[in-house]
Design a binder for this molecule. Structure first.
Ligand SMILES: Nc1ncnc2c1ncn2[C@@H]1O[C@H](COP(=O)(O)OP(=O)(O)OP(=O)(O)O)[C@@H](O)[C@H]1O
Ligand SMILES: [Mg+2]
Length: 386
């Protein structure tokens, strides 16, 4: 097993330089209860046109990672590492310098569209202004024509008329379409979408993901798609970075993650997804327990207490990310057992889960967020989940 200190998502495209290169990013927050180590050594790089999915349970550091990239964390955050955008270091830059990058260089789409929309201005005006800031020679009339085009592209009916509405006159899904239109107006190189569909119901979620694909095609932007749902990244991402307790625990292509996962946590997330191809009534397995505290966590693998494949060895040191295949890295001492081609990693994990409950009893079993239903109940079979 070979350990690495290189960026964990290597640029694998022929078109050269990565657009965004994050290396050893660490974020700590000083709080009354102690220092919260929210991000612990995240590295990735994003090539032009690529989509990277970042997946993990609530509190795993997905948003803090992205906010650090955008320079949007509060002053209480201590950030170290490096964030290169087109080869230029962003960490340590002033808000004024970063505002040149935000929007045009890197656009961010948040879970709550009202974070990005101003409630007191009409939708059309907000897009017109974005376009005119982007291209100062654009007349008001030309800007409005482009605004209406953009609203049409993101699927707003009666776009010319609806441009004169205020954000509160739109539904949540329509507002998220508008936010994507604003991101497109900037023609960004990179779009970071932080759980863009989580607040929406399932049918609208699928539509918004389609709109996001349209935005990628129209602008050619590389995308970081943050979600707690491995099902969402399957249809969108080229590569996936799985985060647990502030650090990457598995990185690979979508096929690596779905067909040869090497980290029990990834298997836990997969086990809690309903499979449409299951022939028999399929039991969905929630991951028991909850993630650890990020204030002075105990030594060893942070997933250890919840892991059905836990060994005593796991309590001594946190395993580093190690290469298990081309572009595929895993932080687990048992990854070699899972990566054997002759066995199904899902079966190995499921047998271990049945034979042996987690080493340390955590709080009552909670479903992974990928499983959560809008009413808070936990489905246990595919039929119930559908
Ligand atoms: N300003 C802050 N001060 C102190 N701790 C913070 C602050 N912001 C975030 N955290 C902590 O950092 C950790 C990571 O938070 P983050 O918001 O990145 O999680 P996440 O993976 O995006 O989760 P979710 O899926 O719920 O959005 C959490 O434990 C959170 O409580
Ligand atoms: Mg978040």
């Amino acid at each position: 097993m070979q350990t690495i200190s290189e960026p964990t998502v290597a640029p694998d495209r022929a078109d050269g330089e990565p657009l965004l290169q994050v290396t050893d990013l660490e974020v700590k927050f000083g709080t009354e209860d102690g220092v919260v180590h929210a991000v612990r050594g995240v590295s990735y790089s994003l090539s032009p046109g690529e989509t990277l999915g970042i997946v993990g349970e609530s509190g795993s550091g997905k948003s803090v990672t992205s906010l650090a990239v955008m320079g949007l964390l509060p002053a209480t955050a201590r950030i170290t590492g490096s964030v290169l955008f087109r080869g230029r270091e962003l960490l340590g830059r002033s808000d004024r310098e970063l505002s040149q990058v935000r929007g045009k260089g890197i656009a961010m789409i948040f879970q709550d569209p009202m974070t990005s929309l101003n409630p007191v201005y009409k939708i059309g005006f907000q897009i017109d202004e974005t376009l005119r800031q982007h291209d100062r020679s654009l007349s008001r009339k030309a800007a409005r024509a482009r605004t209406v085009d953009l609203l049409r592209l993101v699927g707003i009916p009666n776009a010319a008329e609806r441009a004169n509405s205020y954000p509160h006159e739109f539904s949540g899904g329509m507002r998220q379409r508008v936010v994507i239109a604003i991101a497109m107006a900037n023609e960004p190189d990179v779009i970071i979408a932080d759980e863009p569909t989580t607040a929406l119901d399932v049918t609208v979620q699928a539509q918004i993901l389609e709109v996001l694909k349209t935005a990628q095609q129209e602008t050619g932007a590389a995308t970081v798609l943050i979600t707690h749902d491995l099902g969402v990244v399957a249809g969108m991402a080229d590569r996936v970075l799985v985060m647990y307790a502030g650090r990457p625990v598995e990185v690979g292509t979508v096929d690596d993650i779905y067909y040869s996962p090497g980290m029990p946590y990834t298997l836990g997330l997969l086990g809690s997804l309903p499979r449409l191809d299951a022939r028999e009534r399929q039991r969905l397995t929630p991951i028991p327990g909850s993630p650890p505290s990020l204030i002075s966590p105990p030594p060893g693998c942070p997933f250890g207490p919840r892991c059905p494949m836990h060994l005593d060895l796991c309590d001594t040191a946190e395993p580093p990310l190690a290469i298990v295949g081309p572009g595929h890295q895993v932080a687990c001492v048992r990854s070699a057992e899972l990566a054997r081609p002759e066995v199904s990693a899902i079966d190995v994990y499921a047998e271990a889960a049945e034979a042996r409950p987690p080493a340390v009893a955590g709080p009552p079993a909670v479903a992974s967020p990928a499983l959560s239903q809008p009413n808070g109940s936990t489905p246990t079979t595919v039929e119930e989940a559908q």
